[in-house]
Design a protein around this ligand. Sequence first.
Ligand SMILES: [Fe+2]
Length: 445
Amino acid sequence: MTETSVYLAGNFAPVAEEVTATNLPVRGRLPEELSGRYLRIGPNPLVPPDPAAYHWFLGDGMVHGIRLRAGKAEWYRNRWVRNQAIAEARGEPDPPGEVHGGMDFSANTNVIGHGGRTLALVEAGARPIELSWDLETVRRSDFQGTLPNGFTAHPKLDPVTGELHACAYYWGLPHLQYLVVGTDGLVVSNEAIPVPGSPMVHDMSITGTRAVFYDQPVTFDLSSAPFPYSWNPDYGNRIGVLPFGAPGSEVVWVEMEPSYVFHPLNAYDEGETVVVDVVRHDRIFDRGAAGPYGSNPALWRWTIDPAAGKVHTEQLDDRPSEFPRVDERVVGRRHRYGWSVGLAAGDSSLYGADTLLKHDLVAGTSQARTFPAGVGIGEAVFVPRSPISAEDDGWVLLLAYDAARDTSDLFVLDAADVTAEPVATVELPQRVPEGFHGNWVADAP
Ligand SMILES: [Fe+2]
C-alpha cells in the first residue's frame, strides 16, 4: 500500500449513498435519558479522487446522525454537506449564503449544536454550513452577518456563560481572530491576535477566565500540495494566554520546544498559572502528502506561568492516543476524567484505533477497553446521566467499525467503567467511514 492511498483504504474509503433508516436494531437497553442526536462528521469524497492527489483533510464532508429517544434508536441518516460542487453534481441548487475568500469548502471536521442550530464546521477560512435537524444543508452561515471571515472546527463552549470561544485563522489575514459567539449565535467580539506568520491553528482552550492560543510550527505553504500547510520547526512554538475581555494585543506568549497539538483535553486556572492537558505530537505533516502522519501522540500536562514566561511539561500517559474529550460541563474548570482513543500504532494515521481509554487524572490511573481484532473506533463523546450527575456518571458514545461485517455500530458504554459490558449497541445500516469529530446534541428540555 502506498502512503498516498492509506487514507482511502479500508474504512477510510468513502460510502457512496445517502441512507435514511428508521427503528434501528438495538442490542442491550438504550437509556431513557438519552434523548437527542449523536452527530459525527468526516471526509467522504463525492467523486472518487486520484489517490496521488488526495489529502484526507480535504475530502468533502459527510455528516452521520443517530436519533435516540425514549429508549429507541429512531433513525440513522448520512448526508453530504453541500457546497456548490456537491449540489451541482446532485442536480440541486447552490446552497444560499456567501462563500468567504473563494473557499467553498464542504465542512468536514466537526458538527455541533449551538443556539438551536446544527452547524458543520471546518477551519482555515471557510464558512460553517448550517444543517437542518435532519441533516439537510440549509445555508453557508455567517452567523447572520456577524462572522467576519471563516470560523473554526473547535470552538469551546463555556458551560457557565453558554458562549462559544473560537480561534479562527485564514491565510489571507496577518493575525488570528479570537471570536466569541453569544448564546443567540451572533458574534459578540472579535479580537486580532498577532502572530509572526500563517500558522495552522486547529483548536484553542479556555479556562474560566482566560483564552489559550496555540501558535505552532505548522505554517501555510503553497509548495506543499495538495494540503497547503507543512511542518516548519524554524517557526518556533508558543502558547498564548489572554484574559477574557482583554484586547488581543495583551496576549502573553510563552515559548516552547517545537511540537504539535491538534487537540487539548481541557484547561483550567490554578492560581496565576494555566494548566492544559493536551495530546502532544513530536511533529506532524512532515511525511507524505496524504494525511497528518503525526508522531508519538500522547497525553501531556503543560502548566503555563505567563508571568515567568515558562511552561512546565509532564507526560501523563505514554500510550499513543488522540481525540481526547472531557465532560463538556467541566470545560475550563479542573477536570478529573478524560476519554481518548488509544492507537495500536505509534502514529496518527489512525490505523489501529482500537482502544478506548478512560483517564483518571487525580488518581493517576486509567482503564482501557480494547475492541476485538478487526474493529476500529472513533472519538468517544461523554453524555451525563443528568445535568447534575457526577463527572463520569453517564455514558460514552462512540462508533465502531467491524471489518468482518463491513458495518458500524454505535456503542453506548458506561462512562465510569468503560470495560464493562456495553449498555447498548445500535446496529447501523451501513459503515461510517473513519472521520473526525462528533457531539451529542441533546433535545431542548
Ligand atoms: Fe480536530
